[in-house]
Ligand binder design. Structure first.
Ligand SMILES: NC(=O)C1=CN([C@@H]2O[C@H](COP(=O)(O)OP(=O)(O)OC[C@H]3O[C@@H](n4cnc5c(N)ncnc54)[C@H](O)[C@@H]3O)[C@@H](O)[C@H]2O)C=CC1
Ligand SMILES: O=C(O)[C@@H]1CCC=N1
Length: 290
């Protein structure tokens, strides 16, 4: 595959790589923002192609960016014709139709799919001669802090090392790329793909309670968001585990312990675990239907 120059080891060919996004939605925008964080700006210098279903969605997508850097199209095939690296960012049930549309033009190109439930096998069934990467990022890609588990096809038992390095190289401006085996995709979908939603639910509950105690909306948001931010930063900067920090906050016989014991009695952890299992099951079901 020419684009990969010597199995991904030759990076000089990447300088001229043209990137495209099919599906100008939330995830594509997060990835685009993430790519702009790359210090060499290598991905955007050749012009970025974006394909969508309506001109309005395309215009909204590039709002806030330098429009000159983009080629917008309503034709997915035109995008694939003009790019070497395609981020597939449509909803799961839209993906197969898109792959069928682009299949004759996508041979020998690289497709990075973020589509939940869409297997490597399914993509290769439709486009046998493309290089495909299956990922499950989260929206923190937008600020270069995403977790990006990815799976590659395996030649024999192991994925090709050169390709693995290349994928790291492409995805690293978005955060933390993590190679995993494809069987774990439903699990990471349930944990880190959906994860920002669980964190937001916790924050919303606390913000609502702060408002009920009489804090203004602005104060309540600041109190809770900064508390959460400080907590995670403390874990990271002091290399502390959540288990340790929990025991440090929880004075024996004290106030935190009263709240923690209540949560344990009410099965808070079990509820969360069941929610993750529900998401995992849903991701597996999606995979069997796509
Ligand atoms: N939102 C999230 O946090 C995450 C989403 N994903 C995956 O990313 C994918 C996209 O999700 P979102 O960005 O949230 O959805 P979205 O609805 O914001 O974006 C999908 C976009 O695809 C466009 N589209 C639909 N059919 C099309 C077609 N035939 N050709 C071109 N464009 C078409 C839609 O108009 C829309 O702009 C999904 O498959 C989802 O599983 C993965 C990880 C996290
Ligand atoms: O809710 C969803 O289906 C997608 C997958 C992970 C996050 N959003």
């Amino acid at each position: 595959m020419e684009l990969l120059g010597n199995n991904g080891k030759d990076r000089s060919s990447l300088k001229s790589l043209r990137v495209g996004f099919i599906g100008p939605g939330k995830m594509a925008k997060a990835i685009l923002h993430g790519l702009t964080l790359d210090p060499e700006k290598k991905w955007l210098s050749n012009g970025v192609w974006v394909a969508g279903r309506s001109q309005r969605s395309l215009d909204l997508f590039v709002k806030g960016f330098d429009k000159e850097s983009f080629q917008l199209t309503l034709d997915n095939s035109e995008l694939v014709k003009n790019t070497e690296l395609v981020f597939l960012c449509v909803k799961p049930f839209q993906a197969e139709a898109v792959l069928e549309q682009i299949k004759s033009l996508a041979e020998d190109k690289m497709i990075i799919s973020v589509v939940a439930g869409l297997s490597l096998k399914k993509i290769k069934q439709i486009i046998p001669r493309c290089l495909v990467v299956r990922t499950m990022p989260n929206l923190a890609c937008q600020i270069g802090k995403g977790i990006i588990p990815f799976a590659l096809e395996k030649e024999d038992a192991q994925p090709n090392k050169g390709i693995m390095d290349l994928v790291h190289f492409i995805l690293s401006p978005l955060g933390y790329p993590l190679p995993i085996s494809e069987e774990l995709m439903p699990a990471v979908t349930a944990l880190t793909g959906c994860g920002p939603a669980y964190v937001c639910m916790l924050l919303i509950a606390l913000i609502e309670k702060a408002k009920a105690y009489g804090f203004s909306e602005v104060q309540a948001s600041q109190l809770i968001e900064d508390m959460a931010f400080g907590t995670v930063l403390l874990l990271k900067e002091m290399n502390k585990s959540p288990y340790t920090l929990l025991s440090e906050v929880k004075t024996p016989g004290g106030i935190t312990e009263a709240a923690v014991q209540f949560l344990v009695r009410r099965g808070w952890e079990d509820i969360l675990i069941e929610a993750i299992e529900t998401a995992n099951k849903k991701a597996e079901e999606l995979e069997s239907h796509l």
